[in-house]
Design a protein around this ligand. Structure first.
Ligand SMILES: [Zn+2]
Length: 429
């Protein structure tokens, strides 16, 4: 057994309390062995004047979209997708996806993110990058069938199923997968009815965008005569391991359905604000007992991948949506940022406790914007920034030590991403 001790810091425990304690980790199993004091270990991470928290979990993203960061801004979702994003994505090669993914994973590690769920294509490249970077992820191939003939539509869905089967358990078990129809309006009913049961038979969960804009709600109501999530329930897409992104335009029955079925909801406040999609009813979802996590969505609609920014946005937008300053309080946000997202997407992380997986972020509190330290849960939600993260640990391995990423060459990753992004735009022009 090789051990790692994080010493000198304050620990954020699952009950929301903060206590002065060291953390002893078994590097070979990636498990938290003890939380206490005076451990002798093979390796030490210094955490004096730091807060040790569960690693942040980004519950919904398209990580390779970092290449399109700042490429097309200030447009509504449908025009942004059809005029800018989909044409650019059609020009992306496997090598581009790899370069964009590595850039996103670098940003994750620097911002204390240890796990994420990703919907994209060229998933073998994404899986290889995740293995190299040392993160934990649930990956899948996104299906779009609109504008495709039946053979192409079925091939796209089959690829999503094949990819989910192939990569489940990859990277020593750090990679899990899901079947990923893009949304209820961009994938046909025939495809959902044929393929969702196949995924289910293999124990593969389903992840999709739902009720993001009113343009995603009305066509379903018109075609099916029921609300989108009632339709999703009818085609078997609301099960305890499933999770939806956004959930902005939900009625009471849909909120109930999400809570009753245990389907996770990933709130993406920055993306919802930037695309003017609307305000998700987060306090109502929490009151109903739904499992709610946080996600950045892709970097093209955010435009960064900072989960601490997302936390602050979730608190702010939640209050505005509820017209109530006590709605979506800091404790609820920190829970969404860590175990809410982990539970929603089915990762074993999000808790700093003995026997738990050692997926951790160590936040440096020696900063003017984190002084004084009345309430560290408040600071995590409202004041901390990605650049305050000092160390990042995933599965017991140190991915970043003293702000230096250990598993990726930062300068090389940034250079490659810059080159690939320029080449993509040249091909689209
Ligand atoms: Zn998305």
């Amino acid at each position: 057994m090789t051990t790692l001790a994080i010493v000198g810091g304050d620990c954020l425990r699952p009950d929301g309390t903060v206590e002065r304690a060291d953390v002893l980790i078994d590097k070979s199993t990636g498990e938290i062995l003890e939380i206490g004091e005076d451990f002798s270990a093979d390796e030490t991470l210094e955490a004096t004047d730091c807060l040790v928290t569960p690693g942040f979990v980004n519950g919904h993203t398209h990580v390779a979209m970092t290449l399109l960061r700042g490429y097309a801004d200030d447009k509504p979702l449908d025009a942004w997708l059809s005029e800018d994003i989909w044409p650019a994505e059609a020009a992306l090669s496997a090598e581009d996806v790899r370069a964009g993914t590595e850039l996103g994973l670098l940003e994750f590690i620097k911002g204390g993110v240890t796990g994420f769920a990703d919907m994209y294509f060229e998933v073998s490249e994404i899986a290889a990058a995740v293995e190299e970077a040392g993160l934990r992820a649930r990956l899948g191939h996104g299906i779009v069938t609109v504008g495709k003939d039946e053979a192409d539509a079925r091939a796209d869905a089959q690829e999503s199923l094949d990819v989910a089967r192939e990569f489940d358990g990859a990277a020593d078990g750090r990679i899990s997968t899901a079947f990923m129809p893009h949304s209820l309006t961009t994938v046909s009913q025939e495809i959902l009815e044929e393929f969702v049961p196949k995924a289910r038979a293999d124990g593969i969960p389903v992840h999709y965008h739902a009720n993001e804009t009113t343009d995603e709600v009305h066509p379903v109501v018109e075609a099916q005569g029921v609300r989108p999530l009632e339709y999703a329930d009818d085609v078997g897409m609301l099960e305890p391991d499933d999770f939806v992104a956004h959930g902005v335009h939900l009625n009471e029955r849909e909120i109930e359905l999400l809570a009753e079925t245990g389907t996770g909801v990933i709130h993406c406040p920055a993306s919802n604000m930037k695309l003017a999609s609307g305000m998700a009813p987060i306090q109502e979802l929490l009151d109903a007992g739904a499992t709610v996590g946080l996600g950045t969505d892709g970097a093209a609609s955010n435009n960064d991948l900072s989960m601490l920014d997302e936390a602050r946005d979730a608190a702010m937008l939640g209050k505005l949506a509820a017209n109530d300053a006590s709605a979506v309080p800091a404790e609820a946000v920190v829970e969404m940022l860590t175990r809410g997202s982990a539970d929603a997407i089915g990762l074993e992380s999000g808790r700093l406790e003995v026997g738990g997986v050692a997926d951790l972020a160590v936040i440096d509190l020696e900063a003017p914007h984190l002084t004084p330290r009345h309430d560290l849960v408040s600071h995590l939600t409202y004041a901390a920034a990605a650049s305050d993260v000092r160390h990042t640990i995933c599965d017991g391995q140190v991915l970043m030590r003293d702000r230096v990423v250990q598993t990726l060459d930062e300068a090389a990753v940034r250079r490659r991403a810059t080159e690939h992004a320029a080449a993509v735009l040249e091909r689209v022009a």
